[in-house]
Design a protein around this ligand. Structure first.
Ligand code: SAM
Length: 292
């Protein structure tokens, strides 16, 4: 087996050979610790029957670990300068395909149909570019892709919000959006020192396994997410105040809102952060006929 791309020495050699310089605007922080990569790969539970989608392979540090244990890896990389480098560093692996492009614009459904017809399960595994972590995860979930889960490295602070439980200061509409579709948990905290260049903040690896069906059943999904957003619009305000400001003609329809809260069994003086996912579902279902 070839020496890992992710050792500090080999990474430096590759960068020098190609005169590559990091683009901060593309969130380029490369991993230089093979143990961390092995751990990420293990947490994803990959087998020779798994297809993997990677986002942002960089110089291939994580890609090669994925290629060693999975059936096939398809990786999207936005930075054209990395394509010849990846062709070189990943040449020992015949089960990797690199697609040049922006993951946010990609037709992933079509790619899965085309590339992963013969795999048992598809997983997304990545060290995400930190400037777009949330839009990427939401795109993967909202498009309802046929995937088993998402295991990604991101800023620890974003990971804390994704996996947060009700009643904590990290709990918010992002926790609800993601836990609606997945069981989200932090599986690793990763120090800044294992990247070059070092990011400003520590990182975490979050594992989000797709639920067979959403955590709660609601009358209207977009309205449910809208209500959750409204409830957290101003964290220090009560639910009643946030709803009257957020719902159409809310100020004039205060008594309707009060009535709905009563129907849903929720005290109007509570704050959004204390509501469980089930309570948000009951609230949005009760509001929907009047405000949806
Ligand atoms: N996987 C490598 C590693 O772990 O060392 C690099 C990870 S680096 C944090 C993020 C990578 O995502 C970079 O290679 C960057 O060029 C790429 N990238 C940034 N924005 C992207 C986008 N919208 N679509 C696809 N790739 C993107």
């Amino acid at each position: 087996m070839q020496k890992d791309i992710a050792t500090p020495v080999r990474t430096k050699e590759i960068m020098e050979k190609y005169g590559f310089s990091f683009k901060k605007s593309l969130g380029q922080n490369f991993l230089i610790d093979p143990n961390i990569l092995r751990n990420i790969t293990e947490h994803a539970g990959l087998t020779k029957e798994t297809g993997v989608i990677e986002i942002g392979p960089g110089i291939g540090a994580l890609t090669e670990h994925l290629a060693r244990v999975a059936k096939k890896v398809v990786a999207y990389e936005i930075d054209q300068r990395l394509l010849p480098i990846l062709a070189d560093t990943l040449s020992p692996y015949d089960n990797v395909k690199i697609i040049h492009g922006d993951i946010l614009k990609a037709d992933i459904h079509q790619m899965i149909e085309h590339e992963f017809a013969d795999v048992k399960e598809v997983m997304v595994v990545a060290n995400l570019p930190y400037y777009v972590t949330t839009p990427i995860i939401l795109k993967l979930l909202e498009e309802k892709l046929p995937i088993g889960g998402i295991v990604v490295m991101l800023q620890k602070e974003v990971g804390d919000r994704i996996a947060a439980k009700p009643g904590t200061k990290e709990y918010g509409s992002l926790s609800i959006a993601i836990q609606y579709y997945t069981t989200a948990e932090t599986v690793m905290i990763v120090p800044k020192s294992v990247f070059i260049p070092q990011p400003k903040v520590d990182s975490a690896v979050i594992r989000m396994l797709l639920r067979e069906r959403p955590a709660v059943s609601v009358k209207d999904e977009p309205f449910f997410f809208q209500v959750a957003k409204m409830a957290f619009a101003q964290r220090r305000k009560t639910l009643m105040n946030n709803l009257t400001s957020g719902l159409p003609n809310g100020k004039e329809r205060k008594s309707d809102i009060a009535h709905v809260l009563e129907l849903a069994g929720i005290e109007p003086s509570r704050r959004g952060e204390t509501l469980s996912m089930n309570e948000f579902a009951a609230l949005s279902d009760a509001l929907f006929p009047l405000f949806g």
